[in-house]
Design a protein around this ligand. Sequence first.
Ligand code: GLN
Length: 281
Amino acid sequence: MNSVSLRQFYRDHTQKLQPLYPKQEAESLVLWLLDHFLGIKRKDILSDVKMSSATQEFDAAFQKLSQGIPVQYILKSAPFYGRTFKVGTGVLIPRRETEELVHLILTRHQGNCSVLDIGTGSGCIPITLALEMPESEVYAMDVSGIALAIARENASDLKARVKFFQVDVLEEDLPVKGLDIVVSNPPYVKESEKKAMHPNVLQHEPHLALFVPDEDPLLFYRRISEIAPFSLTPGGYLYFEINETLGKETKDLLENLGYEEVTIYGDLNGKDRFVSGRWCP
Ligand code: GLN
């Protein structure tokens, strides 16, 4: 690329992404790559410096972006609660809502808790909890070996003390007892909701981490709520991220199983997104 204005470069690249992404998202994706590879910030675009070349790395990454590959998989990293986590194909990209789940737990618990995260994926939940509550004992499990390898790498890179287990929650017992908190963001998108999802998510993210059958969307919630009492200390808490359409159903499930103080929390968008309950035998 011969010397062109950065504004023009930004506009052209944003436009090329627009069949795939809405304008604002396309803009922030181009900016994400510009910052990552060239250290270019929004203010540089505003002041319209001339740029003489984009790097090959930028071009290769942009190529992938225009094929619909999520930017976090291209850069192999995703931000979560102020830190950077490795991600890769086979592990769900950490979501904004899940930062709110972690935040909810941190506002309600301090000090030395013992916590188990079920279906940990990249490990963003337990690693953040372990770093924000350094006195705590934190455990995490997943059925996927690929996810666990990435989660272990994240724990080691971020110097978080988390113990990981490969366990299939639908088939096996929980690996730890005496827990103060069990937390999970299990698959909760109904198969029938697939068509409303961005093709990016559908084509690139692990379906194992996302989808549940329409006939039984609370499959994971029921199983986890049923077995958590064998691992929770009396008075211990269960925290779930949920499908926004299933707040009442999840609350009813927990209440029918005997959990107390069952509460639905909204996310930043005002949607039912979390449910907590307390096990007081
Ligand atoms: N919130 C995620 C999404 O809509 C789903 C996460 C999950 O199923 N646990 O892509």
